[in-house]
Design a protein around this ligand. Structure first.
Ligand SMILES: [Zn+2]
Length: 294
């Protein structure tokens, strides 16, 4: 093995470790956000016996394997969700590193490589945000998590288009048009504007929908009533979705979502919201894709 091979293996292993840590943090978000707990500090503990977990219990992937999927202290089986999310995230980063080795080995174009790396990491983080939203919805009994799964798959396809342009050249060329321009402000600006404007559109639509669909005296309920949790989750997800799919699809998705939210009001059937959001996103997304193709 030459120095390049050793370097390549090191890069892939480090990418996997980085991904496992991101996956571990994703798990923390899934369990703490619904309980209104902070995700940046505080100790993790066993869900069953409440024993505080030590450093050896918290090594992503390996702790779960080493302990046979059981709590070290009370032997209660631990959900396999932890290791699934950690290893999925680790795998994403390892595949990315393995398919972009030239990016790490080529000293000629450091800036180009850095920004390509940042773009792919940004997409990966969006996938993890979607996983968080999806699992919280599943845990709070909303059926919308299937929609979230669909969005996650879509991001995976977009990433595949970036990772394997030689396999998906037609699709990739649409999404990687001017991907790493030497004009850095333009490149950063394009992504930044898409994400920020999409989020702003989603936020505005959700805020407007909440305002119109609630009587003024009920507004406080939105933030305090635990029965509104499913609505808060769906609103949060609407914003994430809008931020992720780009400006034009976001406008369509936000409009459809807003009307559905107003029609449903603070009523019961949140399921319809999911369908509305999915429909809006699909119409906007594919409409935009068709527009780009013709
Ligand atoms: Zn325990």
């Amino acid at each position: 093995m030459g120095p390049n091979e050793i370097f390549a293996i090191m890069v892939i292993v480090m990418a996997g470790m980085f991904g496992a840590v991101i996956g571990s943090f994703t798990n923390v978000c899934i369990y703490r956000i619904p309980e209104h707990r902070t995700v940046v500090k505080g100790h993790s503990m066993c869900m069953t016996c409440g024993h505080e977990l030590g450093a050896l219990d918290l090594v992503p992937i390996f702790s779960w394997l080493f302990l046979g999927g059981k709590c070290r202290y009370c032997k209660t089986p631990i959900s396999s969700r932890y290791i699934k999310i950690e290893s999925l995230t680790a795998l994403m980063y390892m595949v990315m590193a393995a398919t972009h080795l030239s990016m790490f080995l080529d000293p000629m174009e450091p800036t180009k490589n850095l920004f390509l790396f940042i773009e792919i990491c940004a997409l990966f983080i969006l996938i993890n945000i979607v996983i968080v939203a999806m699992m919280i919805m599943k845990d709070t009994g909303s059926s919308m998590y299937r929609l979230a799964a669909a969005v996650g798959v879509d991001f995976a396809v977009q990433i595949a288009a970036r990772i394997m342009p030689f396999l998906l050249s037609g699709y990739a060329s649409n999404y990687t048009e001017n991907p790493v321009s030497s004009d850095l402000p333009h490149y950063l600006g394009k992504w930044g504007v898409e994400i920020l404007a999409g989020a702003a559109i989603g936020l505005a639509a959700c805020g407007l929908a909440v305002l119109i669909s609630s009587r003024p005296k009920d507004l406080a309920k939105y933030f305090h009533d635990s029965k509104m949790r499913a609505f808060r989750t769906s609103d949060f997800f609407a914003v994430v979705l809008c931020a992720c799919i780009g400006i034009i699809p976001a406008i369509v998705a936000a409009l459809v979502y807003m009307f559905a939210r107003i029609l449903i009001g603070s009523g019961k059937n949140v399921r319809h919201l999911g369908i509305a959001l999915a429909a809006g996103a699909a119409v906007g997304y594919f409409g935009n894709a068709v527009y780009l193709l013709v």
